[in-house]
Design a protein around this ligand. Structure first.
Ligand SMILES: O=c1[nH]c(=O)c2nc[nH]c2[nH]1
Length: 450
């Protein structure tokens, strides 16, 4: 509990998919928990009085002239231990990458000092990239996963964290596999631990890595834990040819149906990727109210296909964006907004120039930057069912301040040429870490100084 805060400045947000709103010279009042109480535009009858009230009470932060506040990003798919592998090992298929590079790296998190070095750096990196909410896969290790929760709490990042469950000796190496009992007990112990922290910022997540890495007994037990604890669930779904076909061979059904059968497809499930899902399975995801973490950059390296984003949105599936560190070699949701637009265009146009335009791509698959901005902010929040992602009463003030004039920044604005929408479009397409001057979570400044 802190003191109430308020902010005056220019805010951009996307309250609905495909639409943006500009709040110029607006006053946003928050309560002591950092939730938005009121959004007052200059033409509101109570604006002047409220502004002077906040000023006199010493609660007002006036954002510097020429800066813009955006909602903080929700990154729906991060492998926390893989941060050390960003930009490496991107030239082999998923199944080789896991065995040769990723599992050996993750096994090292048995060492807590190794874990601390990585997790401190990761959380700093994500916060300074504007990511205020992170959905993390950790590792199998109880202690290192608790450490990640502590670090997020200390640094003030909103985080949903899962101890990864992987007990299938046929798919996991002997140096990085656990018993079914350890997977289930460990998951439950981590949930209890996080809940004992009594923090609104950190939530536990039931995390079967993917169907291949888990036995049916573990999947069944994890479904049961998710139901009893009312937790979020995260896993991979129909990511690549190999992974999708593995599940078809083992269970005779797609990932989605299989997860549903184990009680793992709920209103609080986030499926990473879902590239190969059939229309029927997309309908099932919609009907269960589950969300999808679309990871466009990672998909270029590991997925053999492009997620049918537009089709999913038209069906009403809740979708947000994920960096998929380190399948995607960038910690930035800005990069992933750009890749979401570009990959949707590739799907729309098709990529084989030898084919006639008529049958080269999948028509009406493209999205624009407005939709990408929504996915990165409120779309991600909706998929997680968290009250963040936009500047609306009842939501937490999780935000990032963009300074287009930052000396080493990458945004080029022209006062006389750029409309408000142009400014936001330029931010979406060209902002970099150097332009992110300040970041707040629940109205508390976590990056930059006030
Ligand atoms: O992109 C991915 N990253 C992973 O770590 C992983 N594990 C299973 N499937 C996976 N896909």
């Amino acid at each position: 509990m802190t003191t109430p805060r308020s902010f005056k400045g220019t805010f951009f947000h996307a309250p609905v998919c495909g639409g943006i709103e500009v709040l110029r010279d607006t006053l946003i009042r928050c309560d002591a928990e950092g939730r938005i109480l009121e959004v007052l535009r200059p033409d509101a009858p109570t604006y002047a009085e409220a502004l002077s009230e906040e000023r006199v009470a010493g609660r007002l932060e006036t954002l510097p002239e020429g800066t813009y506040a955006l909602p903080g990003f929700c990154d729906l798919h991060i492998h926390a231990p893989q941060w050390l592998q960003l930009g490496k090992a991107l030239d082999v298929p998923l199944e080789v990458w896991l065995q040769k590079h990723t599992f050996p790296l993750e096994a090292r998190y048995a060492d807590l000092s190794f874990a601390r070095r990585a997790y401190e750096g990761l959380v700093d990196d994500l916060l300074s990239n504007g990511t205020t909410t992170a959905l993390y896969f950790a590792t199998q290790h109880q202690d290192a996963t608790r450490l990640l929760a502590d670090i997020c709490l200390t640094k003030g990042q909103r985080a949903l964290i899962g101890k990864v469950a992987m007990d299938n000796p046929e798919q996991c190496p002997d140096f990085y596999v656990e018993s079914t009992d350890a997977a289930l007990r460990g998951t439950k112990a981590f949930i209890d631990h996080v809940r004992s922290l009594n923090s609104d910022l950190i939530k536990p997540v039931v995390t079967p890595r993917f169907i291949a890495s888990c036995t049916d007994a573990a999947l069944e037990g994890l479904g049961d834990i998710a139901r009893r604890c009312g937790c979020h669930v995260q896993t991979h779904c129909s990511e690549s040819d190999w992974e999708h076909n593995y599940v078809l061979d083992r269970h005779g059904r797609e990932d989605t149906d299989s997860l549903d059968r184990f009680g793992l497809l709920t209103r609080h499930t986030v499926l990473a990727h879902a590239n190969f899902i059939s229309d029927a399975n997309m309908q099932t995801i919609h009907d269960r109210g589950a969300g999808v973490a679309h990871c466009p950059l990672s998909n270029y390296y590991f997925s053999n296909a492009v997620f049918p984003l537009k089709r999913a949105l038209e069906k009403g599936v809740r979708v947000g964006l994920g960096t998929d560190i380190s399948g995607g070699p960038s910690a930035s949701i800005y990069d992933n907004m750009r890749w979401a637009v570009a990959s949707s265009r590739a799907l729309h146009d098709g990529v084989d120039a030898r084919l006639h335009w008529d049958n080269r791509g999948i028509r009406d698959s493209q999205i624009d930057w407005r939709t990408a901005f929504y996915l990165a902010t409120k779309g991600g929040a909706e998929a997680l069912d968290l009250p963040v992602g936009s500047f609306e009463p009842g939501r937490y003030f999780d935000a990032q301040l963009i300074d287009p004039q930052a000396p080493t920044g990458t945004i080029r604005l022209m006062d006389d040429l750029d409309s408000d929408a142009d400014v936001l479009q330029k931010i979406v397409y060209t902002a970099s870490k150097a332009n992110i001057a300040r970041v707040w979570v629940a109205a508390q400044c976590v990056v930059g100084s006030v």
